[in-house]
Structure formats: structure tokens, C-alpha cells
Design a protein around this ligand. Structure first.
Ligand code: CP3
Length: 343
């Protein structure tokens, strides 16, 4: 089967299909016992640096569920390793960046990086996954968007209020623009390299961009996300642009030019789609609904499909990543409900 025939790819291009494709963010991860078994022996970064282990973990959810895509096992923060920022993951704390970016000099000192040379382990994993993946299943590559990546690089880890990030943005807009411009080029060329290594579709994760007002989004972020998507799209595969808390940003996000826009559960799918009717849409089940019973899950899946209304261009997904404690039986119930919608 050629790339353009895979259901997910056809849906990204808003072609009419006979069913709705489904995959879910963070589908390889701690809610799966087989993932925890691998993690008992290798750290997150060790898995990411070992293409055969990364391949194994990428394929785990595809073996268990009838889903339409695999997403390469990696992390949005991996480019921080060749950038020399000192990335580690600490149990219970999340990511820690030992040498955060705070000044004009820190930005100027960032080395030039090259995806093939510096992130070749991820590209190799993509090639291995594609060789093992069933022909009809799409392979998704991804990267963090300039704003979300910058927030980790500046804060030194996860953040609630993004104080240091916004301080740099408001006080030193030239330094901010220089940093986001560098990140956009790195991300865009990395995504294009992922497509050349076998990704059918690439997703840009701007997970925390909902922290911004529409005016600040347009001024400080939109040009850089646009550039990253333009570089990625140049490789020929469809692009998905995702963020959370983006209800007020969707019109501007559409301006960044992706083929698909991913939305969270805070906005009804049909309302979101009215904002960008010329794009495909991805979403948007609240991941905490997977802690409710099967009845509640089936009801909300049916509601989302009703809002999509059978129009071409809907990819079923969660509104954000699946949570580590999620019961697997409920994930199965969600997948089944998407496959067998009530008539
Ligand atoms: O199936 C998949 O989607 C797996 C690949 C994947 C990971 N991270 C592996 C991972 C993807 C797509 C990501 C994206 C990612 N990483 C995002 C954007 C998506 C989102 O959820 O908003 C962000 C913000 C990160 C940064 C990150 N990575 C954080 C904040 C953390 C710690 C918090 C946590 O969830 O534990 C990570 C660690 C991480 N990356 C894990 C996985 C499976 C869990 C840690 C582990 O297994 O030890």
C-alpha cells in the first residue's frame, strides 16, 4: 500500500473514507504493563537511544488495539540533548534541564544541530518501525512546537505559570524571537527528516500554548510555528498542529498552515470545526473519561462522532495524552465504540 492510501493520511487530506481513524496521544506509555516491563530495565532516555527498544515500545499499543497509527516512541525534549541543555527525567519530578536558556548569550551559544547526525537514533527507530508495521497502519512522527519547547528550555522543567518564559518574551522580544526562530528551524528540519525516514504524518505538539492570549500568540509565536510547519510540510507528508486550552487561539492556529488541527475537550468538536472548516480535525475525548464506566465512554464517543457528522477529515483521538493510571479495559471500550458507532 502506498503512503497516500493509508486511512489516516487520506483523512488528513479530508478525503471521504468508510470509517473514522483512531489513535491516541501517549498511546505507548505507563498505562500498559508491557511498557512498564521495559521501563523496569531501561530509563526513558535509554529507550529513546536504543532504536530496537524504541521500536518495540512503539509497536506495543498497535499489537493490543485496532488503531490506525503508531506514534514513534520519543519525547519532545530530545533535541535538548544535542543542544547541550543537559536533559534528564527525574522520577516524580518530570523533566529537568540542567542548563536552562535565560539570556541573549545562552541563545547565541546554542550549537547548530542536524537531525541526521544528532537525532539519528530517532530516525533509525522510524525506519525500523516502518519495516515491522502492518502496511495499512500509518506511522506518526512528532516534535514540540517552538513555544512549548522554549517554555521547558527557559523554565528548566515543567511550569504552571510560565513566569520566566513570559518574562523573557515581554522584556526581551528580540532575544525571544531569536530563540524561537532557532527552535523553529531545528524542529521543522527534524520533522522533515522524520518524513524522509518513513513518517506518514507529523504532529507538532504545542501542549502549553493555551497559556497565551490571542494577541500574544499572534505576535510572539505564530510566525515561528508557521515556519516550523512550512519546513515540515515541505517533505510532503500531512501535518497535525495540536495544543491544549486553545479555544480562543484556534483561528490563529489555523493561520499557521497545518493540514489538521488537534483540539482538546474544552470546546465541542463541531464548534471548533466551524472555526476552521477548510482543515481536518483531530480529537477530542477528555482522557479522564477513561476513568468512568463503559457506558459514559460510549456515550461521549457517540457524541463526538455525531458532532463530526460523517464529514470527511475527522481523526478520533483524546483531547490530550492518556493518563498513566488509565484502566486498559476502558481504552478497549473507546476503540470498540469508534469502530462500531451506534446506528
Ligand atoms: O505514545 C506516545 O505518544 C509516546 C511518545 C511520547 C512521549 N512524550 C514519551 C514519554 C510523546 C508523543 C511525548 C510528548 C511530550 N513529552 C509532550 C507533548 C504531549 C503532551 O502530553 O502534552 C510533552 C509536554 C513532553 C515532555 C515530558 N515528557 C514530560 C513533561 C514528561 C514527564 C511527565 C510524565 O508524563 O511523566 C515526559 C516523560 C515521558 N515522555 C513519558 C513518556 C512515556 C513518561 C515517563 C516514563 O515512562 O518514564
Amino acid at each position: 500500500m502506498s503512503l497516500s492510501d493509508r486511512l489516516l493520511v487520506r483523512t488528513c487530506r479530508r478525503e471521504a473514507t468508510d470509517r473514522t481513524p483512531i489513535w491516541f496521544m501517549r498511546q505507548a506509555g505507563r498505562y500498559l504493563p508491557e511498557y512498564r516491563a521495559v521501563r523496569a530495565k531501561a530509563s526513558l532516555l535509554e529507550i529513546c537511544h536504543d532504536p530496537s527498544l524504541a521500536t518495540e515500545v512503539t509497536l506495543q499499543p498497535v499489537r493490543r488495539f485496532a488503531i490506525d497509527a503508531a506514534i514513534i516512541f520519543a519525547d519532545i525534549l530530545l533535541p535538548f540533548e544535542p543542544l547541550g541543555l543537559g536533559l534528564s527525567f527525574q522520577a516524580g519530578e518530570g523533566p529537568v534541564i540542567a542548563k536552562p536558556i535565560r539570556t541573549e548569550e545562552d541563545v547565541a551559544d546554542l550549537p547548530d544541530i542536524n537531525a541526521e547526525a544528532d537525532l539519528g537514533h530517532i530516525l533509525e527507530a522510524l525506519r525500523l518501525v516502518r519495516a515491522e508495521l502492518s502496511d495499512d497502519i500509518a506511522l506518526i512522527g512528532f516534535a514540540g512546537a517552538p513555544f512549548t519547547l522554549a517554555s521547558y528550555a527557559i523554565e528548566g522543567g515543567s511550569s504552571r505559570n510560565f513566569v520566566k518564559t513570559k518574562q523573557l518574551m515581554y522584556r526581551y522580544p528580540e532575544v525571544w524571537n531569536e530563540l524561537l526562530g532557532r527552535l523553529a528551524a531545528i524542529i521543522g528540519t527534524y520533522l522533515a527528516a522524520q518524513v524522509r525516514a518513513g513518517a506518514d504524518v507529523v504532529q507538532l505538539f504545542d501542549s502549553w500554548v493555551g497559556a497565551l492570549s490571542p494577541a500574544d500568540y499572534r505576535r510572539f509565536v505564530l510566525p515561528h510555528s508557521t515556519r516550523a510547519l512550512e519546513l515540515a510540510g515541505g517533505a510532503g507528508a500531512p501535518t497535525i498542529h495540536f495544543g491544549t486550552g486553545t479555544t480562543t487561539l484556534l483561528e490563529d492556529m489555523a493561520g499557521a498552515g497545518s493540514d489538521v488541527i488537534g483540539v482538546d475537550w474544552r470546546i465541542p468538536l463541531d464548534e471548533a470545526w466551524r472555526i476552521f472548516p477548510d482543515r481536518a480535525i483531530q480529537g477530542n475525548l477528555d482522557p479522564t473519561l477513561l476513568f468512568a464506566g463503559e457506558r459514559a465512554i460510549r456515550t461521549q464517543v457517540a457524541e463526538i462522532l455525531r458532532q463530526a457528522g460523517g464529514r470527511p477529515g475527522h481523526i478520533f483521538n483524546l483531547g490530550h495524552g492518556i493518563l498513566p493510571e488509565t484502566p486498559i479495559a476502558n481504552v478497549q471500550a473507546m476503540v470498540d465504540a469508534v469502530h462500531e458507532p451506534p446506528r
